[in-house]
Design a protein around this ligand. Sequence first.
Ligand SMILES: *Cc1c(COP(=O)(O)O)cnc(C)c1O
Length: 374
Amino acid sequence: MAAAVNGPWRPSRVEVDLAAIRDNVVRLREIAGTDLCAVVKADGYGHGAVPVARAARDAGARWLAVALVEEGVALRDAGIDAPILLLAEPPVDAVEALLAHDLTPMAYSPAFLARLDAAGRDRGRRVAVHVKVDTGMGRVGVPESGWGGTLEMLDAATGLEVDGFATHLACADEPARDTTSRQLDAFDRFLTDAARHGFEPRWVHAANSAGTIAHPRARHTLVRCGIGIYGLSPSGEVDAAAAGLRSAFTLTSQVAYPKHVAAGTAVSYGHRWHAPSDGWLATVPIGYADGVPRAVGGNVDVVVAGRRAPLVGAVCMDQLMVWCGDHEPRVGDRVELLGGSGPRVEEWAAAADTITYEIATGLTGRLPRVHGSA
Ligand SMILES: *Cc1c(COP(=O)(O)O)cnc(C)c1O
């Protein structure tokens, strides 16, 4: 009985509801009224890239997107044959590998475009590329000063098929700012120039999840949604629940060690918390090495056996403590740390002064992922 010897023993786990992912994809497609690219980089924002990719495709996602060649290869190795977009250029030496796995890069640097063009010519065909322009993100993408030169290069390239144009929005999650409309104006200028060169590709995309929800003009012919398909809010101002999306995961554990302590008992590193009265303390076997930010210690309530209970004292590497007061916890009591009747990811993000993305992708590989359709 190998399973009995090898476990799993730890009770802490991430449960992913693939039905929520499917519903969110359907909802985002409804909002966008365009095709959707499901962004499954960073192991599907911590949810498991392969099962999320399959669920998203089942729900009608046209494209998948990843950040790394390695992530695209992992999807291919799992038998996924959907079109896969690479969101950023890998080093030029990865061109052969990305073509071998039929990944479509978003490209912008002259050296990368030249290498891709040469690889296409070597094969006697045109290889698909989505050219990305910088309209104000200030990260990657052809800067406006290079648009003319890039279009001339594309005119001359016999090994490239311009299958898409893309840009990325810097402030879509802050709808009150005018940055997004200025970026979209710039993108329109680029698209007009490109059309003059005869380039009117099928796929034109600018919107991330916040762009999809809050900026109708950003939707073009494809939207690239990551955080929204996981049902998490891009920001405090663009709320997932208000858009009809629901979180797809719960983070749960169990009470490992309950004990009764006297008022004033100091708890955890630094002794920064003391029991306010005689009462029950529960230790839960999960910590910052699993991705629970230290900053949530003392700042969120979790749920123990159905009751709200504050997380107290410093979060440790592998354990954290919860104050149950008068209610005696038992070994094995279910602890809902995130999702379910526990706090929302948005609450953790606020408590840790970060964004939902960092909470979701920060849950480490040490936590088992369990997939189902609740
Ligand atoms: C990660 C990423 C997205 C998805 O953004 P969300 O805010 O998670 O929807 C879209 N486009 C690019 C270029 C990205 O890097």
